[in-house]
Ligand binder design. Structure first.
Ligand code: FES
Length: 362
């Protein structure tokens, strides 16, 4: 199971009005544990008045840029108790509690590949997309990349200097197209507005050299944008699913009071004995299938279970079913392969048999 580590900040720099870029030093003895893949994320923990607050932030840098530091971008959220602390209070030299890198938002590279990659990002969704495009360009000298990146205004374009410098560094292999949703900056109205299926259709017309069906897409932004674009690519443009990769930064229907699904309503109402294996120790508790999720009940029992988003997005609470069966309400994080192997997101799970055993140590 993953554990939190104290990491020292080596950079805290205001990227735009409402975003800060923070780098953490990875000490020699943690380099193996913190070996990351492009597009992965870390969890930051902050305890406020005894409450354990955790947030996931994507890594901005790419493995080819070295393993001595990890950089994240934090957007200041209104009333965000972690994001506002990171934006306004953290200073260089502070130590923060960080969990090892996780996530599946990446593909594998080979130096002989001659591929096309397209990044589609909105606002702070740039972090994992940029990390992926950089790694592709470093690892595959014959591949090329396009970045379609939407922001509110020219001044609020996140990492503009770095992105422009990369476009220069990689010569014609990286083409960057900025779209502005709240400002007219370019002559061409194609570069106004948000990224949508309709906009993408027109962008593909403008860049006919992009072989859409053979391209690998990295998408990160608001959930409506992800849904709209990924469905368009898969259904209308017939891009194979494995080439359409996306990362949510919040659950699509992130409403705690949302009505439960018909599938959830249909699960049996039963009492279950749930056993969790955490760091080689076993913990058991009773849980009614219609009440708390397994993670929430474990937290109520004060068990040392890993979690972050509690919305089925980040995958931090992943465990494997060893005995019995569970119902998973949402899953925006596990791959089909993982689900087939019995992995579940415990923040979304309810027992559906009288005995359930889950292992967090796998
Ligand atoms: S805590 Fe993020 S998916 Fe469960």
């Amino acid at each position: 199971m993953h554990h939190f580590h104290q990491l020292k900040t080596t950079k805290v720099s205001k990227e735009t009005n409402d975003c800060v870029n923070i780098a953490f030093e990875i000490p020699e003895h943690l380099r193996n544990l913190f070996k990351y893949k492009q597009g992965q994320y870390i969890n930051v923990r902050r305890i406020v008045d005894g409450e354990d607050l955790r947030r996931s932030y994507s890594i901005v840098n790419a493995p080819s840029e070295g393993n001595q530091e990890i950089e994240i971008l934090v957007k200041n959220m209104e009333e965000g108790r972690v994001s506002s602390f990171l934006n306004h209070e953290v200073q260089i030299g502070d130590h923060l509690e960080i969990l090892e890198p996780m996530g599946h938002f990446y593909t594998h590279h080979h130096p002989s590949n001659q591929k096309t990659y397209v990044g589609l990002a909105a606002g702070s969704g740039i972090s994992p997309v940029l990390s992926n495009l950089k790694e592709a360009l470093y690892q595959e000298p014959e591949s090329r990349a396009y970045l379609f990146f939407s922001n509110k205004s020219f001044e609020s374009i996140i990492f503009r200097k770095e992105i422009d410098a990369l476009a220069e560094q990689f010569g014609g292999r990286l083409k960057v197209i900025y779209l502005l949703s709240r400002e007219k900056h370019y002559e061409d109205e194609l570069f106004e507005g948000r990224i949508s299926a309709e906009k993408l259709d027109r962008l593909f017309e403008r860049f006919p050299e992009i072989p859409v069906q053979e391209t690998t897409f990295f998408i990160c932004g608001p959930s409506e944008m992800i849904k709209d674009i990924s469905e368009y690519l898969k259904k209308d443009r017939k891009v194979p699913s494995l080439q359409v990769m996306y990362e949510y930064y919040s659950a699509p229907d992130d409403d705690e009071n949302a009505e439960k699904s018909d599938e959830f309503k249909a699960i049996p109402n039963l009492e279950s004995m749930v056993t969790l294996i955490i760091d080689d120790d076993e913990y058991s508790f009773h849980l009614n299938s219609k009440k708390n999720s397994i993670l929430d009940q474990a937290l109520a029992e004060k068990l040392p279970v890993p979690f972050a988003c509690k919305g089925g997005v980040c995958c931090t609470c992943k465990a494997q079913v060893m005995e019995g069966e569970v119902f998973m309400e949402k899953n925006f994080a596990l791959t089909e392969d993982e689900v087939a192997k019995g992995f579940v997101l415990t923040c979304q799970c309810h027992p559906t048999t009288n005995v359930v055993m889950l292992n967090y140590d796998v």
